[in-house]
Design a protein around this ligand. Structure first.
Ligand SMILES: Nc1nc2c(c(=O)[nH]1)N[C@H]1C(S)=C(S)[C@@H](COP(=O)(O)OP(=O)(O)OC[C@H]3O[C@@H](n4cnc5c(=O)[nH]c(N)nc54)[C@H](O)[C@@H]3O)O[C@H]1N2
Ligand SMILES: Nc1nc2c(c(=O)[nH]1)N[C@H]1C(S)=C(S)[C@@H](COP(=O)(O)OP(=O)(O)OC[C@H]3O[C@@H](n4cnc5c(=O)[nH]c(N)nc54)[C@H](O)[C@@H]3O)O[C@H]1N2
Ligand code: SF4
Ligand SMILES: [Mo]
Length: 911
């Protein structure tokens, strides 16, 4: 931390890490008088060398206000009662007492923990020790089950240990890059900048993209394999077939360093390129091209993410890809290897401390008696449970069935992010006791909390995280947490101590020290380090002072090592018993729920560029909505036309689990028969809980990861003739909070945020509900009396209210024909005084074609606020990328918009 005084104001700069994705960018947080005022990329951090993406750059704006923060503990004693504020000491005692009661009555496996890859390693460690070491249940799972568990399972099966063999420098050294089920320009933008630079320097670097959708990276690739959803295993098997029969594999590597090749070879015999290409719905020549480039390249790197992991055979998808690397010796050397990109900032740290239902600390296994004995010795306990804990989907099912009675959710929002959320809602309603440990209150899980524990969050807490390349970085507090919020490790530690006293008969255990002696995150880190010694992830050399002095470090970094380890398995010796990597014969299996006559569309889900998961943080700043302002369903233009659906029309998306109404966004980027929805939107923005109303809880048999990417759905035009659009300028968080409780009462309702001070609400239903409309009017705080102009046009079925603030339009509400909405929104957005008599405003926009929803303008460049129409206009006038940058400024700061600008350029420049 460094403090400068400028004009009497103390400006402090704190070195920390971005709290969003697994790239793990180093940041410099600027603060003044206890408030975060700015952010810069840390030029010395080896993940980003000073770069940040749109999400990282907007972090200070998300921390600008305490509105919507969980500020004090709250307790409710019955489900009907509201939660009431409580003292910390009371809340801690209460949770300990309720957990103790359940454990004593129903046994340790009647309680469960659902935690998160966004917790710091120290937080994770304490929770894991609490569950496994004190309570002796393995019912502790995390949102990483929805994210990384297939990658973990495959790494362990293939190499004998978890964790990627690769490092970020490989991004610059790779000559062929295979992106499989990864949309890096959105999900790992700063790493994508590094790839873009490498390719700009050397255009002979080849990019192959495997993704059913034409994403930004697919549009920029040398080869896009737009496979049928879920067919990756067939593709990789077909590629391997070609490599084997064309002699493109590396027999010396296979002989010296692997097992199991013959069985795999026998299996892929049946996957001729023509059969495989057919299953995948791609041209055989493209499959052959991909195989040739991959095998012949001096360095092939594959980058993969949720398109592989989130599948009912995600482990096989990972293994089939790893087979390609092993067969061609594309591993353990610079620029080569299978690189699983971690999603959350500390998905890796969670794996390291073993904070999941299927693992023990430091990459040990629950089912391994020797491993249990090691952890028992290190913790000074006996009788660790050998019963595997319940992974996420089964955990919530067990809660619904009453087998689990109490659950403690920390730093996750399962009522939004789990598949088939109705099942989760039922489970939490059924639970005897629900604890939610949260930093923000505007989430779909918070209403289920019997106890809400306020957590401090990014910028306020301290510890470590591990990024995608196994690099451990410090997270540091720049400011104090607001209200009574406390660090996650502290909350877990305090309750653990109380529970320890209760579970040992109310006696302080004078004969034995507490299992929870931690007074700071540093104490926790030191204990975690001790557990890793001698393991594959040995960090014996690391400590807070070492990280302070030398900066972020990569594991393994044993006490006798001179440095951390950039690349693993460079000597061809793997972490298996005989040191050989294992091939796995991966037969292709389709998706859990194929499309059929009743549910003819394949639903894909994924991410937007500027939003993070349930948007509890990213949704706090208007900037995050510029690129994609509202929830939509992307559908291929021809598919929509065939159904008589136009861009902006409302459709009902129905699966066997649930349904929701969304406006259609027509596109050429999804294949016919497939629709795509972003995962981010929830009941905070929609009448429904978001796309997970429709997804399926089917899981991979090995990794137990659910198939969040694929489900079969029906898409029908929604017959909802009653329409409303309303808008109001004001504090966005407060307006959202006021409107959100009304959303669920209409078939369709959606909150859209425009910039920093405008909220637009669209709704549709079968009939009008006058009372609802008045409640919305009041929730938005629209004027009454003189400052409200009301106009009814029965002939056109339109009612219009315009709220004034002097000469300015401050808000409006239109029902029936909503076509004036666009012009009214523009009037508010531009804040231009209305000239002429007020009543003339009703003529605004009346002639524009009726759209079901308020139209929107996409801002592509957030840093310089440049819209898509502006860029398209400039391109039409002949501007290239450099001219766009110099005249409009777009793409000159964080670079997140550059891939899309390049697409617009190729789309509009004659070939
Ligand atoms: N902006 C943003 N960035 C994030 C996050 C965020 O919320 N917002 N979250 C972070 C987290 S936790 C994660 S896990 C990562 C996720 O990062 P990614 O996995 O890169 O992102 P997704 O959009 O979930 O999915 C990637 C792609 O998988 C494709 N896909 C779907 N089905 C298949 C299939 O069967 N085969 C193949 N090959 N591809 C398929 C989708 O079309 C999609 O383009 O992002 C991280 N970064
Ligand atoms: N359909 C579909 N569903 C998906 C996915 C998909 O691709 N498609 N992706 C899945 C994946 S990969 C993931 S990782 C999950 C993510 O889904 P979730 O696990 O639900 O992730 P978040 O919404 O980020 O929830 C984290 C919560 O922690 C809170 N929080 C933030 N900071 C802190 C803190 O310091 N302490 C505490 N205690 N709380 C804090 C946030 O406000 C937020 O509500 O979603 C999964 N769900
Ligand atoms: S790429 Fe963006 S979201 Fe990810 S860590 Fe870096 S700044 Fe944060
Ligand atoms: Mo994730």
């Amino acid at each position: 931390m460094k403090t400068d005084r400028e004009g009497g104001v103390a400006k402090t700069v704190t070195r920390s890490t971005c709290c969003y994705c697994g790239v793990g960018c180093g940041v410099l947080i600027e603060s003044e008088n206890g408030r975060i005022t700015g952010i810069e990329g840390d030029p010395e951090h080896p993940a980003n060398f000073g770069r940040l993406c749109t999400k990282g750059r907007s972090l200070p704006a998300t921390a600008a206000s305490v509105a919507g923060r969980a500020l004090r503990p709250e307790i409710r004693l019955t489900r009907e009662a509201p939660r009431e504020a409580a003292e910390w000491s009371h809340a801690l005692d209460h949770v300990a007492a309720r957990f103790a009661k359940v454990i004593e009555r129903d046994g340790p496996d009647a309680v469960a923990f659902y935690i998160s890859g966004q917790l710091l390693t120290e937080d994770y460690y304490v929770f894991n020790k609490l569950a496994k070491g004190l309570i002796r249940t393995n019912n502790i799972d995390t949102n990483s089950r929805l994210c990384m568990s297939s990658a973990v399972t495959a790494y362990k099966k293939a190499f004998g240990a978890d964790g990627p063999p690769t490092c970020y420098e490989d991004l610059e050294l790779a000559r062929t890059v295979l992106f499989a089920g990864s949309n890096m320009p959105y999900a790992h933008p700063v790493l994508f900048r590094r790839l873009e630079e490498a390719k700009a320097k050397d255009p002979s670097i080849r990019w192959i993209v495997v993704d059913p959708r034409r994403t930004d990276v697919a549009a920029l690739a040398d080869l896009h394999l737009a496979i049928e959803p879920g067919t990756d295993v067939a593709l990789f098997n077909g590629m391997l077939h070609h490599m084997i029969w064309e002699g493109a594999v590396d027999p010396a590597f296979i002989a010296a360093h692997t097992n199991g090749f013959e069985a795999l070879k026998a299996l892929v015999r049946g996957y001729t390129p023509s059969i495989a290409a057919d299953i995948c719905g791609i041209a055989e020549a493209d499959l052959l091209q991909a195989a040739q480039w991959f095998a012949a390249s001096p360095a092939s790197l594959s980058l993969y993410c949720m398109g592989l992991n989130q599948s009912s055979h995600g482990t096989d998808k990972n293994l089939a890809l790893i087979n390609l690397h092993l067969a061609t010796g594309q591993i353990g050397k610079p620029g080569a290897g299978p690189f699983s990109l971690t999603g959350q900032p500390n998905a890796m740290g969670g794996r390291e401390v073993g904070g999941m239902a299927t693992m023990l600390a430091a990459h040990r296994d629950i089912g391994n008696a020797e491993h249990r004995a090691q952890v028992e010795a290190l913790w000074g306990v006996s009788g660790l449970s050998a019963r595997p804990g319940l992974p996420a989907v089964e955990m919530f099912d067990a809660l619904a069935e009453g087998k689990i009675k109490a659950i403690w959710i920390a730093c996750a929002n399962p009522v939004h992010s789990m598949p088939d959320i109705e099942r989760v809602r039922k489970a939490l309603s059924k639970a005897e006791f629900v604890v939610v440990q949260e930093a923000f209150t505007q989430t779909d899980t918070v209403p289920y909390a019997d106890v809400l524990l306020p957590a401090s969050s990014w910028g306020e807490k301290s510890g470590t995280v591990t990024n995608s390349e196994r690099r451990i970085s410090r997270v540091r507090a720049a400011v104090e947490a607001p209200g009574e919020a406390r660090p996650d490790w502290w909350i877990a530690n305090e309750i653990a101590r109380r529970l320890e006293t209760r579970l040992t008969g109310g006696q302080a255990r004078a004969d034995r020290p507490t299992l929870f002696p931690f007074a700071s995150p540093r104490d926790v880190f030191d204990e975690h380090r001790a557990l890793t010694v001698g393991r594959d992830l040995d960090i014996g050399a690391l400590s807070y002072p070492r990280l302070e002095a030398d900066g972020p470090q990569q594991w393994p970094y044993a006490s006798d090592a001179a440095t951390g380890t950039a690349r693993r398995y460079t000597d061809g010796v793997f972490a298996t018993a005989d040191g050989r990597a294992c091939f796995h014969a991966t037969a292709y299996r389709g998706v859990a729920e194929p499309a059929d006559a009743r549910y003819p569309f394949r639903l894909l889900t994924g991410r937007l560029r500027d939003q993070w998961h349930g948007m509890s943080r990213s949704g706090r700043t208007g900037a995050s909505f510029n690129h994609a302002p509202e929830a939509t369903l992307s559908m291929r233009r021809e598919d929509a036309a065939r159904r008589g659906v136009k861009d902006g029309d409302l459709v009902t998306v129905t699966s066997r689990r649930g349904r929701l109404v969304l406006p259609v966004e027509t596109t050429d980027d999804v294949p016919s028969g497939t629709v795509f929805a972003a995962m981010h939107w929830s009941g905070q923005f929609l009448a429904s809980g978001g796309i997970n109303e429709a997804t399926i809880g089917a899981v991979d048999p090995d990794s137990k990861q659910p198939e969040l990417k694929h489900a079969a759905v029906r898409v029908e035009g929604a017959k909802l003739p009653w329409r409303l659009v309303a808008a109001k300028r004001g504090d966005v968080l407060a307006l959202r909070e006021a409107v959100q409780p009304l959303l669920a009462a209409r078939r369709y309702a959606s909150i859209r945020v425009e910039g920093d001070d405008l909220v637009v609400v669209s709704a549709a239903d079968v009939d009008a509900d006058a009372q609802w409309t008045e409640r919305l009017h009041d929730a938005l705080g629209l004027a009454r009396g003189d400052e409200l102009l009301e106009y009814r046009d029965a002939r056109r079925g339109r009612a219009q209210r315009v709220a004034w603030n002097g000469e300015l339009v401050d808000g409006f509400l239109v029902t029936g024909d909503t076509s004036p909405a666009g012009a009214l929104i523009e009037q508010i957005r531009t804040a231009s005084p209305w000239e002429g008599p007020r009543h003339a405003i009703v003529l605004l926009g009346g002639d524009s074609p009726a759209r079901s929803l308020a139209p929107r303008v996409r801002v592509l460049c957030n840093c310089k606020q440049v819209t898509q129409p502006q860029i398209e206009q400039a391109i039409a006038n002949g501007a290239g990328l450099d001219a766009l940058k110099s005249t409009l400024g777009c793409g000159t700061v964080c670079g997140s918009c550059v891939p899309e600008i390049k697409r617009l350029l190729t789309a509009t420049t004659p070939a």
